[in-house]
Design a protein around this ligand. Sequence first.
Ligand SMILES: Cc1ncc(COP(=O)(O)O)c(C=O)c1O
Ligand SMILES: N[C@@H](CCOP(=O)(O)O)C(=O)O
Length: 466
Amino acid sequence: MLHVSTRGEAPAIGFTDALLAGLARDGGLYAPQSWPQISRTDIAAMAGRSYAQVARRVLGALVDGDIPAADLGAMIDDAYSAFRHPAVCPLTQIADNIFVLELFHGPTLAFKDVAMQLLGRLMNHALQARGQRATIIGATSGDTGSAAIEAFRGLDQVDVFILYPHGRVSEVQRRQMTGVNAPNVHAIAVEGTFDDCQAIVKGLFNDHRFRDELGLSGVNSINWARIAAQTVYYFTSAVALGAPHRPIAFSVPTGNFGDILAGDIARRMGLPVANLAIATNANDILARTLASGRYEKRGVAATSSPSMDIEISSNFERLLFESCGRDAAAIRGMMASLGQSGSFEIEPVSLAAIRAGFSAHTAGEDATLAEIARVYRECDYIIDPHTAVAVAGARAEISQDPATPVIALATAHPAKFPDAVEKATGKRPPLPAHLADLFDRKERFTVMANDQAAVATFIRANASKG
Ligand SMILES: Cc1ncc(COP(=O)(O)O)c(C=O)c1O
Ligand SMILES: N[C@@H](CCOP(=O)(O)O)C(=O)O
């Protein structure tokens, strides 16, 4: 199966090429030419299967033979064998028809590990087979960076450069990125927001000379393989609650729109997903967009769920692409308008298509802390601020449709955000044993201005080429 760019001006390529490319050369995002289908019978047969077995089935359909099935299966088994929970992504019930999907049992305590542990293996496999090396660049609001560093540190074929917003990530998140002593890892603290970091990363990809010279590769959710790997837990969790025999809804804490898009892809592949609730913090650009049909930047506020302090929600482009009938010219127009004026309008037909499958709910700072406190009080269960935004969204969904179970995605371990959790509950969640010495580790990072040229110079000077 080939993958096409949302902007329609880059050649269609296979799964492994899309994996190594990250962003398409026309600035667009790759998506499969058509959606593979998984039948109700096959979905029903996932009941009782392990996470890795379901991953083999779902990813096998998306990879479509581009990687030999035995190799893909071995990498899947290996990637998920080291998770701290035997179910990999277990479910917990916290209220009538509200469940929490724990996605934080990987090495860096956030949902990013679920995809990144596999992505690291897939990229290493592809680079070794081709005898190539790559310079991986990524932008992070805190979690993608550490997950990428953990997945790629010490690998001979790659250098990793991670850009994060200086002073805008939690201390645990920062130390997870800066406390790693590996010569191929470089943490860059950019004086700006996550959106500034992401703009630099995309700008470097769009500089074709630089891209080719360094062999750039990306591990943000602009990389199609990230989304593909994230579809799996929608299948495992929905099946655990009775799919395909009953539809399930999801509430997803959203920033760059990758995680919730994976739920939409699972639905396009045949999983009966009743609704996808976009749960936002005070940075509510997506909620405003769904309400008005106008995507409009207003500036990013710092919140207690910093990983979602994002205004340029990259993967929304993939949803727009689907909702406008894959009209690449329309996408180019909308993205040009976003670049020039900070806003764009969505055509009524596309907006109706989006509203048919998605709702949106916002939890501001007080509501987020109140939700952490409530879940602790009622269930003796501690959630992190991002998960709290999702649980608040799940409660809003249940108030409208009490009969359909809602799964709230728990995207981070509470110990990543101890200050907010302590403020809400009076309890300071401890780090798991493997991170117990995190605060003793020496930090290594470089502070840089929000300047693409300066970052390019730094990467050129520090990447081992050839
Ligand atoms: C803990 C956490 N929750 C939620 C999100 C939002 O996910 P997405 O960017 O895929 O919308 C992020 C960042 O991606 C995150 O790190
Ligand atoms: N919240 C993310 C932001 C980047 O998202 P990605 O899914 O596109 O990598 C983070 O923690 O870095």
